[in-house]
Design a protein around this ligand. Structure first.
Ligand code: UDP
Ligand code: MG
Length: 326
């Protein structure tokens, strides 16, 4: 049994060496065979040089380096494509995912679980962020079709068939939390106390988180479109009622023309609603646009890894002619 550890790294020069030591020490203790697949996501610091050194010094290390920063989701995808293990563990390079937990993951995997998920607590997070996250998960779980859990991230073990299933999902907009949940299979979750980052800085800003949240909302359902539709219908109904009321009022009390405020409010409110709806539609159209371009998720600039083992080629679909012949 071979375990692959996949590690996306972006500007992690301060910590990557220590990460490597900790992880190799920890996993060597388990007596399993393992490999480390580092994905350098276009780092601008010495991360790549350090990875090269590590790969030269240790045959269990492989690395893939992108031509520029493609984002963590792309890095995870590249890591999964290159991983050859019977099980793959995804880990951050900043030691926020304690290597000691890999043992527990392997145990649960041996018990027959395909996905073993470590769920972090929110200790050390700012209160505002915790509250926002809680509200967000409540909202998103009403909207999307898969179950998303607060504190659950990319720190997880995936069995071979789960990895293959994920590699089958070739969409361009990758919201991996959702993808993992979508794939399913037997999943076990356990909790751990959150560790704050020791060195370097988190690359998340508030704006990025907001966009990430929106991505999650939009990648997994079309309910926002539905909501826009209902809102539109409700507004039309309200407008009709209001119109009826004004006409009735004019008939009963004679013609009266004040209504500047009503008019203005109606016009601006409607314009606002229309903008929102257009925005929602635009989001989906934008996603379709990205999907149809079928661009690769990342470009590799340098690697010492063997050529990518892609998921099994899909059986060719018989043509209509072949089908009618039989
Ligand atoms: N990361 C990456 N590409 C990026 C941003 C981050 O590969 O564009 C990696 C980063 O090196 C780290 C992991 O993703 O290993 C998590 O990043 P970070 O610690 O910034 O996120 P947080 O822990 O705050 O969610
Ligand atoms: Mg981190």
């Amino acid at each position: 049994m071979l375990i692959s550890i996949v590690v996306p790294c972006f500007d992690e020069e301060e910590i990557i060496g220590r990460f490597h030591e900790r992880v190799t020490e920890e996993i060597s203790g388990y007596g399993v065979e393992f490999e480390l697949v580092y994905v350098d996501d276009g780092s601008r610091d010495r991360t790549l040089a350090l990875l090269r050194e590590q790969a030269a010094a240790d045959p269990r290390v492989r690395y893939v380096s992108f031509s520029r920063n493609f984002g963590k989701e792309a890095a995870i995808l590249a890591g999964l494509r290159h991983a050859e293990g019977d099980a793959v563990v995804l880990m951050d390079a900043d030691l926020q995912h304690p290597p000691e937990l890999v043992g527990r993951m392997l145990e649960l995997h041996a018990e027959g679980h395909d996905q073993v998920v470590a769920r972090r607590s929110r200790t050390g997070d700012r209160v505002t962020r915790t509250l926002l996250a809680r509200a967000y998960y409540r909202l998103i779980n009403r909207l999307v079709d898969v179950e998303l859990v607060d504190g659950v991230g990319d720190f997880r073990l995936l069995s071979r068939r789960t990895v293959d299933a994920i590699l089958e999902l070739t969409e361009y907009n990758r919201f991996s939390k959702g993808l993992f949940a979508w794939v399913g299979f037997r999943t076990a979750t356990f909790s751990y106390e959150n560790a704050t980052r020791e060195q370097g800085r988190s690359k998340w800003t508030f704006g990025k988180l907001l966009n990430y949240g929106l991505d999650g909302l939009l990648s997994f359902n079309n309910k926002p479109l539905r909501a826009a539709l209902y809102l539109g219908m409700a507004l039309v109904a309200a407008a009709c009622l209001h119109a009826a009321w004004i006409v009735g009022d004019a008939l009963v009390n004679g013609v009266d023309t004040p209504g500047y405020v009503t008019l203005l409010v109606a016009v601006t409110a409607l314009a606002g609603v229309q903008m929102v709806m257009l925005g929602v539609i635009g989001e989906y159209v934008g996603r379709i646009y990205y999907e149809v371009k079928r661009r690769p998720h990342f470009l590799v600039q340098e690697t010492d890894a063997a050529p990518v083992r892609r998921s099994a080629p899909r059986a060719r679909r018989p043509s209509a002619e072949e089908l009618t012949r039989t």
